[in-house]
Design a protein around this ligand. Structure first.
Ligand code: IMP
Ligand code: MG
Length: 179
């Protein structure tokens, strides 16, 4: 796995420090509110597990599994919900947790979909933002890092379902893409 890695873009230490800051900010902003943290699987798994442990107010957790049609490194804009929330969002402030905002198509679809269900609010927390590739208007209310337009893996992010378990966020070698 390591031989496919070009470089480490964000070390586990740098990520941990930023996740701590995000957790503090979220804890302050949602004080006294019913906070429902919704993880978008599978990419958000690692980030969400770390993030919620840095939030010091009560939270509920739920998950959605989505898939976009298309190849593994290009999104098509058509989002399918493969697993929906277990609970109703009425009365809850929803915080959508995602690994990365790339074209923005996935999060725009999910945000609009959840807003239509009548929650108190819907906000977005993304570990990474790649603004260079945005195709629709959507912004993270909480963003870990803005990164350049490179394909990154690790810390939950995959290429063709591989590399999610790398502890650091890494850039793949071009050869690993073409395999
Ligand atoms: P969007 O709908 O284009 O914003 O795509 C978001 C999804 O594309 C993310 O949840 C990832 O699964 C995937 N994605 C986009 N860029 C990368 C990347 O650099 N590495 C791994 N996955 C990515
Ligand atoms: Mg994903």
């Amino acid at each position: 796995m390591q031989k496919d890695i070009e470089k480490i873009l964000l070390s586990r230490e740098a990520i941990a420090e930023r996740v701590r800051e995000l957790g503090e900010q979220i804890s302050r902003d949602y004080q006294g509110k019913n906070l429902l943290v919704v993880g978008i699987l599978k990419g958000a798994l690692v980030f969400m597990a770390d993030l919620v442990r840095q939030i010091n107010i009560p939270v509920r957790l739920d998950f959605m599994v989505v898939s976009s049609y298309g190849s593994s490194s290009e999104t098509s804009g058509v989002v399918r919900i493969l697993k929906d929330l277990d609970m109703s969002v009425e009365g809850w402030h929803v915080l959508l947790v995602e690994d990365i905002i790339d074209t923005g198509l996935t999060l725009k679809y999910l945000r609009d979909n959840l807003l239509a269900r009548g929650p108190e609010s819907v906000k977005i927390c993304a570990l990474l933002d790649k603004p260079a590739r945005r195709r629709v208007e959507v912004q993270a209310d909480y963003c870990g890092f803005t990164i350049p337009d490179a394909f990154v893996v690790g810390y939950g992010l995959d290429y063709a379902e591989k590399y999610r378990n790398l502890p650091d966020l890494c850039v793949l070698k071009p050869e690993a893409w073409q395999k």
